[in-house]
Design a protein around this ligand. Sequence first.
Ligand code: ADP
Ligand code: NA
Length: 335
Amino acid sequence: MKTRIVSGIQPTGNLHLGNYLGAIRNWVRMQDETAAAGGDCFFFLADLHAITVYNDPAELRANVRAMAAALIAAGVDPARATLFNQAAVPAHAELAWLLNCTARIGWLNRMTQFKEKSGKNREGASIGLYAYPVLQAADVLLYGASHVPVGEDQKQHLELARDIATKFNTDYHVDLFRLPEPIIPPAAARIMSLRDGGAKMSKSDPSDASRINLTDDVDTIAAKIRKAKTDPEPLPDTAEALDGRPEARNLVGIHAALGDESVADVLARHAGQGFGQFKPMLAERLVETLRPIGARLAELARDPAELDRLLAAGAARARDAAAPMLAGAYDALGL
Ligand code: ADP
Ligand code: NA
């Protein structure tokens, strides 16, 4: 049967190099690899998941568009992958309700992520946060996903989706839901702050110099790398020798991630260089990767109607694709 990958991403704004190398880029790869294997991808902005905790409505709306724009700018092709926001396809919420009636309270009580996310104030958490994994099950079962990319923390949720699908098929004597298999994505790069090698590069860092934003222009990128914190030592010839030099390790790591290499590969070429030599070369590589993305982002920012049109077209395709499964579920239930 045909490979179909379904994956959601939390909408977030002010996107930076860490988001690109750690997350966004993987969507482009999944799209290209799946297409090469004759399959297809459904990618959604998980706005229904975002509201399980309070989100400022204007910010949420802006973040959905910012994340969608970043995915497209980075190479997700809305003509090949079906890209949409979850809320624009009511079948997600509808199927989630139907599956809430199959999922067992005991199953959800075992979900470790709810325990972590609700913390000490479990009684004050939303029902939505508790039922989040059932919505995730609906997200993937709706499209007959064959594969779902899951990080370590999401494995348990995919198992739950499979349990729900199996119980539904069994209870209602149907062969409706396909059981999705996990794909474990390759370990993503973890990019650190340019000002403090002990902190993650993050949009919430008050120092703009700590991160490279996807919207930074060429001169800003070069200046941020030039001013990035380092040490006076030259680059060593082994990755281990970067232990205790987090800022140096981060810059080499960024170079490695850009070229899909290991830190050792980069050091094999640049050992002995000081940062006066290494930084300009790194800045050039960054600009090469980020300039086309920034240009496409600027285009989309100038023409918001185009982004809306692309998302609306994706949602229309997703609604069509979801309709038969949802109808099958209603029918199986006698509704
Ligand atoms: P931020 O930390 O800036 O608030 P988010 O938490 O919104 O970023 O993360 C969105 C996505 O980007 C997640 O998949 C996350 O793992 C990835 N990501 C965020 N920061 C980094 C980073 N510094 N390095 C690698 N990946 C990152
Ligand atoms: Na964060």
